[in-house]
Design a protein around this ligand. Structure first.
Ligand SMILES: *[C@@H]1O[C@H](CO)[C@@H](O)[C@H](O)[C@H]1NC(C)=O
Ligand SMILES: *[C@@H]1O[C@H](CO)[C@@H](O)[C@H](O)[C@H]1NC(C)=O
Length: 360
């Protein structure tokens, strides 16, 4: 129970992401149109984001209980906590950059930014969200993914027109909160009967986003869960190892997800739904200890911010330690990749992603 408790404490970190103070000026779209002109079609210029802390850029309430709002989150970018569960940028930011757009604003900031800023889309993701479990409080709501889609729906015909949607991409991140919640309560007992339920609700959500008019929907598959420091460092932090039993959860989820995507694409008769293969991207990086020629992670399964990242004792003394160079770590905390980690993941995914977003 002790180690499980410890696991839960680290797991719950994932899920308490959170709010951006001020504009994220560093996340500028790089206008690389010249790179695309030889490709058929153009990458859509608008992104709507649903999901959890892997993609949340500041939708959770700024509160002392929300890890992503604590020092040292955000130390690499923007230099202070900004509601992202990383030392800097997260998955959404890197994808937006690949699309040549600014990172979409968090939903809770929509009334504080100019109209101009909304043209890149919007981010509804909240740390802690699964498709069945619920995220942390934003304002007065405790949104699950269904609620996030409700928020989106209310903006259609209001901020966004139907034609805006038909030239947009949706990113739908389901990174494991449903499973972490399950494992906390039941360990791995019966989890293989639970996985189809999560995929079934994912199907409901994907169909709904498509029915609302979004013509291109990207779904990351599950990263190798057993390689997250929460699991891989549980037994012996000095010699972390991926836990096969836990990776099997991701493998089964991904098999069902792949079948689902094939089924949905058959129905739409186009490649509407695209999977982003995080599972293999992470494993490749771990195996190669980085990305050959660009990034080295000497010990890819260790992580940078240890001991309950962001936690302090009664006297305000920090209980955690931060590595010398966050760029040297694939993982920032027990659950979340570092900025350099996310950049590496997308670098491994490479041109496949942009090609898939363009394909009709
Ligand atoms: C924050 O945590 C404290 C102690 O754990 C708790 O009493 C309080 O209700 C929490 N606040 C919020 C907003 O969750
Ligand atoms: C999401 O939350 C709402 C409450 O806001 C609840 O009615 C609904 O059943 C939840 N959806 C799922 C799939 O759990």
């Amino acid at each position: 129970m002790n180690s499980l408790m410890k696991l839960f404490v680290s797991l719950s970190l994932l899920f308490f992401t959170s709010l951006i103070v001020g504009e994220i000026n560093g996340v500028e779209g790089s206008h690389k149109h010249h790179h695309h002109h030889h490709l058929k079609g153009l990458i859509p210029k608008r992104l709507f984001v649903f999901g959890d802390s892997y993609v949340d850029v500041g939708n959770t309430k700024k509160s002392p209980n929300v890890t992503a709002w604590k020092v040292p989150y955000g130390i690499t970018f923007p230099g202070k906590p900004a509601g992202r569960s990383s030392d800097g940028l997260v998955s959404t930011d890197v994808l937006a950059k690949l699309m040549g757009i600014k990172t979409p604003v968090p939903y809770i900031r929509k009334d504080d930014v100019g109209k101009e800023r909304l043209k890149y889309g919007m981010n509804f993701a909240v740390g802690g969200t699964g498709v069945l479990v619920t995220g942390v409080v934003i304002n007065t709501l405790n949104p699950n993914m269904t609620n996030q889609i409700d928020f989106f729906q209310k903006l259609i015909g209001n901020i966004y027109s139907p034609s805006d949607l038909s030239s947009s991409v949706a990113l739908v991140s389901v990174s494991g909160n449903d499973y972490f919640d399950y494992i906390y309560k039941n360990k791995l007992t019966g989890i293989f009967e639970f996985i189809p339920k999560v995929v079934k609700q994912t199907e409901v959500n994907l169909r709904r986003i498509h029915a609302l008019g979004v013509k291109k929907i990207a779904i990351p598959n599950l990263q190798p869960l057993g390689c997250l420091p929460s699991f891989s460092s549980l037994k012996d932090p000095s010699s972390p190892k991926c836990i096969d039993e836990v990776n099997k959860v991701a493998i089964y989820h991904n098999t069902l997800l792949q079948k689902l995507v094939a089924k949905l694409n058959k129905e739409t008769k186009r490649s509407t739904f695209v999977t982003i293969d995080l599972f293999n991207a992470f494993l490749t990086i771990i195996k190669n200890k980085g990305v050959p020629g660009s990034t080295t992670f000497e010990t890819p399964l260790t992580y940078c911010c240890k001991g309950g990242c962001g936690s302090v004792d009664k006297n305000g003394e920090k209980k955690y330690t931060v590595c010398d160079d966050p760029k040297s770590a694939l993982f920032w905390d027990e659950i979340h990749p570092s900025q350099e980690g996310w950049k590496s993941v997308y670098s491994v995914l490479g041109k496949d992603i942009t090609a898939a977003l363009i394909k009709p």
